[in-house]
Design a protein around this ligand. Structure first.
Ligand SMILES: [Zn+2]
Length: 452
């Protein structure tokens, strides 16, 4: 038989194993075989990936694409071009204002299917009202089975509401994603730093949000899961203590998962001295002990996946923060550097096994959100979302090589070993040598599955 595409000669990497001189065969957008070179079929197109890593495309479980709300910062086209160039083949869009209502979610899907190069799914949020709870079954019908809530402002929901959300989501086979910082701890911290001390300097934001805020909220919601069941996914975990709580919850048999973000694995709050408001994000950066603890948590189950919380602001929206940090946009770009930085830092600085990194970037997000093994895996029947990653490249990250609309990156100047040189989504090439080549509108909306 002759198939559409064969990638051969690679070091095939999955969440389970790494095997040399092997590859995959692709037909009609799906993987039909994974085998050592001699056993691969004939193909109309053959990619020789000699010595390079072949892995599934990365999944970013937490990316704000903003389209159609704030397209001056990012839209589906620019966001998905950046994703493709960096080896992300599935973006899970995290809303800021849209998608809490089915009619708005439909609008978002429409724009995505018209403009995106890569596949995408949606989280619904922000969940704050009774009306939002009533619309959940409709969202579930649409394949949106992840419901985002906050324990703090600006989308404050009470712990009681979040427990109710957990029950309702669970009845639908869905999960809740919670920005987990305890509101009382945050309010007290912000009051002290901003109102009492009167600080406006860039570090004031970081100092106003104590690390205990995370542990308090995570522990509280874990007890809700213990009482009523359901699946709680902790958004952007940023403290070693928070990750420990997740690992402990798993040991109790509770369905709790977590993501951290690349920036919590690379920066500490000391870096704010150099970058100022450009490193303003919520939750803020922590200490080097937390950085180490989060990397180690990839091995203990305290952290399941690495995401980005991609939420770029323009330079102007950042620059105002030099004088008054409270006025600056909170959020940074990240989708394009997710895979290269995670792989390079993980393998070479922290000694994380490649299979663990692959699980954190590919299989685990797909599993947590009911899209496995269609997504996040190299196996017969899975979508042919492929990344050929050339470890021999040494790349200095520079904003002018990236594809974000905002034109800056906090990772400027960081040198990584390796970059994706070929990226496919369902068998179609969407990026080559770090440049997007895909067709806007190739991306499809992917439905989440039920967890039971
Ligand atoms: Zn976010």
């Amino acid at each position: 038989m002759t198939v559409d595409l064969v990638v051969r000669g690679a070091r095939v990497l999955t969440s389970q194993f790494m095997v040399e001189r092997a590859g995959v065969a692709v037909q009609d957008g799906k993987i039909v075989a994974l085998a050592k070179d001699p056993h691969l079929p004939e193909a109309s197109q053959v990619v020789d990936a000699d010595g390079k890593i072949l892995m599934p495309g990365a999944i970013d479980a937490h990316a704000h694409i903003y389209d159609p709300d704030y397209t001056h910062r990012e839209d589906w086209k620019s966001g998905s071009e950046a994703a493709a160039a960096g080896g992300v083949t599935l973006l899970m869009d995290m809303p800021l204002v849209l998608t809490v209502m089915p009619e708005l979610a439909r609008q978002k899907i429409e724009v995505g299917e018209r403009e995106s190069l890569v596949d995408f799914s949606l989280h619904a949020g922000m969940m704050t009202s009774e009306e939002h709870l009533r619309r959940m079954p409709e969202l579930a019908e649409m394949g949106i089975l992840s419901f985002k809530a906050f324990t703090t402002k600006p989308f404050l929901a009470s712990y009681d509401y979040i427990e109710e959300l957990l029950i309702r989501a669970s009845e639908l086979g869905g999960r809740i994603v919670v920005h987990s910082e305890d509101n009382q701890v945050i309010e007290r911290g912000v009051h002290r730093v901003r109102d009492v001390e009167g600080r406006k300097d860039p570090l004031a934001h970081h100092d106003s949000r104590p690390p205990e805020a995370e542990a308090v909220a995570v522990a509280r919601i874990i007890e809700s899961v213990a009482r009523v069941g359901g699946h709680y996914h902790v958004a952007h975990i940023n403290t070693a203590r928070g990750a420990e709580l997740v690992a402990h919850a798993k040991a109790r048999g509770l369905r709790v998962t977590s993501e951290t973000c690349v920036h919590y694995l690379v920066f500490t709050k000391d870096d704010v001295g150099k970058w100022g408001p450009y490193l303003k994000m919520t939750p803020p950066l922590r200490t080097k002990e937390d950085v180490r603890g989060l990397w180690e948590a990839l091995l203990t189950g305290g952290v399941d996946m690495i995401a980005t919380d991609h939420a770029p602001g323009t330079r102007e929206e950042k620059e105002v923060g030099w004088d008054d940090i409270w006025e600056a946009w909170g959020g940074i770009p990240g989708v394009e550097t997710l895979l290269p930085i995670s792989m390079s830092e993980g393998l070479h600085r922290w000694g994380i096994p490649p299979t663990v990194l692959c699980a954190a970037l590919c299989a685990n997000p797909a599993k947590a959100f009911g899209m496995y093994p269609k997504k996040g895996e190299l196996a017969p029947g899975s979508d042919a979302d492929l990344v050929v990653y050339d470890q021999s490249l040494e790349v200095e990250i520079r904003a002018d090589r990236l594809h974000y609309k905002v034109g800056w990156t906090p990772y400027e100047g960081i040198v990584v070993r390796g970059w994706p040189v070929l990226v496919t989504v369902r068998g179609e090439v969407v990026a080559q040598d770090g440049e997007p080549v895909g067709r806007p509108g190739h991306g499809e909306f992917v439905r989440m599955g039920r967890w039971r």
